[in-house]
Structure formats: C-alpha cells, structure tokens
Design a protein. Structure first.
Length: 639
C-alpha cells in the first residue's frame, strides 16, 4: 500500500467520524442516501475499532478491483496514485471545512450536485487515463463512509486519543497538498522510491568512525534539515555521505538523490533532471523553481538530497531543496560561513591511528600492525591514501612492510601506484596537490606569493604546527598574508588549532616538499626563523618575548628531530639563529628551554660531526645554560 492509499484510508475514517458526530444529518456522500441513523443495533467499542482497522484492507481491495476495470492501459502507477490522493483530499476537505459539510447535508437532492462539483476541480487536474477510475472510486468511498459512520459513535477513550493525533497529522498533510492540486496542475506526486544521480562506489572496508555515528544520528534521529561535512580533500567526506545515502535507500526512503555540486550551473541542471525523473511536468518557464516548489509541497516524507563537493556557498543560493521530511547533506572543503546560513557543520578529519591500522590490516589480510602504523603515518591517516595503498598492495601482491620501504625511499607518486580498479579518479598525491592549487588559485597574485611561502614554511617546520602570528608576518604586506592564510584554512589546506597554531597534514606537507623542491621551502622557513630570532626578540615586550623564545626553541628542536627538515641546519643563517635563541633563553631565565635544545645538538652531531661550527655553538651555549641551571656535571659533559 503506497502513501496515497494510506491517506485515503485516513480520510475515510475522519469523514465518517464527522458524519457520526453531526445531529440529524442525511448521508452527504451517498448519492441515493436514506436518512442517516446515528446508532446501530449491537454496536460496541470492539466492533467499532475492528471496522476502523479493516478500512485499509478494504481500500486496497477496492482500488485493485477498480484498477482492473476502469484504468486505461497507458496509465502508470503514479497517475493512479494521484487519483487516489485526489479522492482523499475531497474527503479531508469535507471533514475539515464546515461550509462544505453543511452544503452537502442540506438533503439528498443537494448531495449529487455539491460534492461532485467540488470533485470536478480535482478531476480536471488528473490524467485522462484515470478519470473514470477516479469517478468510480469517489462513488465507492461515499458508500464506505456512510456505512462506517454509525460505528464511530462507539469508540473507546484510547481510540479517541489516537484519532485526535491522526486528525492533527491529516490537517498538516492537507495544508501541504492543497497548493499542489489547486495552484500547480503540473505537479505530480512522488509515489515510488526514486534514486537519482551518480552515486559514488563504496570503498571496501568502510570504517564507521565517530563522525559517521554522529551524522547518522543527525539525519535519522534529529531530522537535521541542513548538514554540511567539511574537511580537507581525501578525508572521507564523500564516503561518509555515500554511507548515509545507502542506509536511506535500505530503509526505503522515497527519495534519495545525489547531486555533484561543484558548480551552480551543474546543480541547476541536475535539479531539472531530478524533477523529470520524479515525474513533475516541467513545462513551466523555470523548471528549477517548479522542481523545488514541488518538493516543498509534497506530503511529509523522509527524503535525502546530497550536494557533494560544494565549491562555493554562494552557488547554493536559491537552490537548496526544502520541504517536510527533506534532509540536505552537503560536502565541501570550505570551512567558513555555513552556520550563518542555517547549516549544522560537522568536521571530518583524518582517521585516528587505530582506525588506520585496522583498515590496513583488515583489507590486506596481513597482521603486521607495526608496518601498518608506519604506513598510516606516512599517508597522514587520510582515508584516500589508505584506500589506494590497500588496492596497490592487493593488486601487486605486495606486503605492508614493502609498501613502507617504498614510501621511505621514493617520492610518494612513485611509491604508491594508482590502479584503474581504484574507486578514486586520480592518484592520492595528485588529489592533494590539486587541492592546494585550487585554494591558491582563489587569491590575488600578491596573496599567492605569500601563500606559497606560508605553505613552504609549514611543510618544513614542526609538524605540530607553526604559530599563526608568525605566518602573518611573512612578506611585506601583512594584510595579504592574513588573507592568504585565511583562504588556505577556509579551503582545508591547513588547519588552525585552538592554540592558534597552524598545521599541515603530513601527507600534504610531503607532497609540497616533493613538488616544489627543498630550496624555496627552506628559504620560506628561514625567513620566519630569521624574522623572529633576529628581529622580534629584540622588539617584543617581556611576556611576548618569553613566548617567542619558547616557540622558537620548539621549532628548532623539531627541525633537528624531523628527518625531512634536518638539511635546514646546514644553512649559514642557522648558526646565528641557534646562538641568539639560546642566548635569549638564558637571559630570560628559560634554562629549561635552553637545555632542551640538547636534542638539536645530538641531531646535529649525527648529521655534521662533532666539530661542526653549529655543533660547537650549541655545545657552548647549552653548557652555559646547564651551569646557570645548577647542573655543572652536565655542563662539563658538553664542554
């Protein structure tokens, strides 16, 4: 039984109840009506409820019989349901509108004139192939209502409470449907499940992470109307949306649509296609408005529309479907502005390490968790990279350990082979680099230059992040630097933490290093370190100076510790930077930070040898720090 038959069953019960409660009425819906007698011998509550419960089966049997006899061969299921819905609306109008009911109750002679007159307005909106069916159905339900009415004087209190709830729902449904039939004769009601659009293939080994659970709760339990998934490219936003869409299909939602939303024109074209597939008559001047109006006017139904890959929020202006039961789920790399327009935002980050390891071990069938952990780290725990790695390992009949070795010895684009069997259209490193280029392409020429410097510094300095204020100081135009960084954050290329440090995903940083080369990146990193160590340390107030020294020590420690950044220590400027940083740390009584640079000393010794000038400088300064801190034995070891 589809929604129109359920609606007709409800309408019959409500119309009959209305008749039963009226005093001294004639049967208004039966053409050859005798006087209605509002009681029936032997009526009781149990029999009344039994008859109500039997209405749905009676309606289904009646429609099946009339369909065989009166529906033309060219009528489809949708036009048939429209006719059933029109009959239901006539009964609901009789139930709700006192004037219509009064005119119908003036006597048996007025009955054949009044309600058929009302019905004719709906009949004209129906396809010719079902008009005779509609006439016979309306005639039959008049009899059904009259026969049922006497029993509805005998209802129990629980049955009356239940009927009150049904009345409220029916009133809302009638409000939603009236405009559709009376104002837009081209509207066709959605009566069969519709799956629209090019749904992405589901990745094998889908991980139901925390964001998926939260998203399901929002869509299915909270009925959130507008939800947007934000995050960097490769973080799994589309796969999360696809998993929710698949669940909606499994649960029989009447409409699940997938729209690629990378441009406004594309969204408009797909909305027109959606309207055509649902069955709306889109002969109006604006088929997009017709489709959106139709969706907004349909009865309450659970419906999901996914807008995947929204490039700009303004592309959605006036194109977001609304209506009872509709949930719109968008995915985008854009972070800013959504909440101001009524969207609930859900951040989608990379996997946590345990999720990455579980995926790699499960999908490769290799219980090598140590190698899986190393591989996950190399790929930044990004679902896109992990998925391509598992395909590569399976296709090449390789191992997790061998894949780790490849990633440690070769550039990412050569170490990780993209296969045509992958569900993703482009190789992992290419996808990341495209995201960078897309974000930078949104900037002016001056902003683009400083954005490259910012990304260069982020790719070399500490993986735990670089202070936002440092990145704002790059270049000669702070306004351009601020705009550049804001755009990079907005497009999810980098992320701003609660501590106001900016980070890059390790895989994205690696793509930058392997694509742009070491020299320009080192220059970007050095320009920050020089500006802080040789400039701002002498200009800041005491508290700010202590913060700068502490952050500078952290960055230098990271440079020495990280394999990809140790080469930076070879630069001639590094001796001055290390020397001045240690000196300022000691002057500010930050001996703990000065001492912590022993890590830098040890790393420098491994790379350059014990007597390198940088090493000697570090040893002297740290020995001084140890002496000041009251650790002469440690100072002697460093002397």
């Amino acid at each position: 039984m589809d929604w129109s038959q359920r609606l007709l069953s409800t309408a019959i019960v409500l119309a009959a109840r209305k008749m039963a409660l009226d005093e001294d009425v004639s049967t208004p819906l039966k053409a050859d009506a005798d006087q209605f007698r509002p009681s029936s011998p032997g009526a009781n509550e149990a029999q009344a409820e039994q008859r109500i419960n039997g209405v749905a089966n009676s309606v289904a049997q009646l429609i099946e019989q009339l369909e065989r006899e009166y529906v033309q061969q060219d009528a489809d299921a949708q036009t048939l349901s429209e006719a059933v819905a029109a009959a239901a609306m006539i009964l609901l109008r009789f139930w709700r509108e006192p004037a219509l009911g009064a005119s119908a109750r003036q006597g048996p002679h007025s009955t054949p004139v009044e309600l058929p007159r009302v019905a004719e307005g709906y009949r004209e909106l129906l396809d010719e192939s079902v008009r005779v069916f509609f006439d016979m159905l309306l005639k039959a339900v008049r009899v059904t209502v009259s026969d049922l009415a006497p029993w509805l004087l005998h209802l129990s209190a629980p049955a009356l409470d239940s009927l009150t709830q049904v009345e409220q729902q029916a009133s809302e449904t009638l409000n939603q449907m009236e405009g559709s039939f009376s104002g837009r004769p081209s509207l066709r009601f959605q009566t069969r499940p519709v799956r629209f659009g090019q749904f992405p293939r589901r990745v094998t080994g889908f991980v139901e992470r925390v964001q998926f659970t939260e998203l399901v709760d929002r869509v299915f339990n909270d009925s959130a109307e507008l939800t947007v998934l934000t995050g960097m490219r490769g973080s799994g936003k589309t796969q999360l949306a696809a998993a929710v869409a698949e669940r909606c299909l499994e649960e029989g939602w009447p409409l699940v649509a997938w729209l690629n939303a990378d441009s406004r024109d594309g969204i408009r074209t797909q909305l027109a296609g959606l309207g055509e597939q649902i069955g709306f008559n889109l002969e109006s001047a604006d088929p997009i408005d017709a489709c959106l109006d139709a969706l907004a006017s349909c009865p309450v139904q659970d419906r999901l529309i996914v807008l995947d890959g929204v490039a700009r929020l303004r592309d959605l202006r006036g194109l977001v479907p609304e209506g009872p039961g509709i949930r719109v789920l968008a995915t985008t790399r854009r972070q800013h502005g959504w909440r101001n327009h009524g969207w609930d935002s859900l951040r989608v980050d990379a996997f946590d390490r345990s999720e990455s390891i579980r995926l790699l071990v499960t999908e490769t069938g290799q219980d090598d968790q140590a190698s899986a952990g190393i591989l996950a780290e190399q790929l930044g725990d990004l679902p896109l990279g992990l998925a391509q790695a598992t395909v590569d390992i399976r296709v090449s009949d390789s191992s997790l350990a061998h894949c780790c070795e490849q990633l440690q010895q070769m550039p990412l684009e050569h170490a990780l082979t993209w296969h045509a069997s992958s569900i993703y259209q482009v190789p992992f490193p290419n996808a990341l680099f495209m995201a960078i280029q897309d974000a930078i392409g949104r900037l002016t020429a001056d902003e683009q230059r400083v954005a490259r410097h910012q990304l260069g510094a982020l790719s070399v300095l500490s993986v735990k992040g670089v202070p936002q204020r440092w990145l704002h100081s790059l270049g000669d135009d702070e306004a351009a630097a601020r705009e550049a960084l804001s755009t990079l954050i907005d497009y999810s290329v980098c992320e701003l933490g609660d501590d106001h440090s900016v980070t890059l995903n390790p895989a994205l940083a690696r793509v930058i290093r392997e694509t742009w080369g070491a020299h320009p990146l080192h220059e970007s990193a050095l320009s920050i370190l020089v500006k802080i160590a040789l400039g701002r340390l002498d200009q800041e107030e005491m508290l700010d100076k202590q913060r700068e020294v502490s952050d500078l020590v952290s960055q230098l420690r990271a440079v020495a510790k990280q394999q990809h950044s140790r080469e930076l220590l070879k630069h001639p400027e590094m001796e001055r930077i290390l020397n001045l940083t240690l000196q300022r740390a000691i002057e500010l009584d930050r001996t703990q930070e000065a001492t912590s640079l022993a890590n830098s000393l040890e790393a420098s010794t491994e790379v350059f040898g014990f007597n390198h000038p940088i090493v000697l400088t570090c040893r002297a300064r740290i020995a001084e720090a140890q002496q000041t801190a009251g650790s002469p034995s440690q100072a002697d070891e460093l002397s």
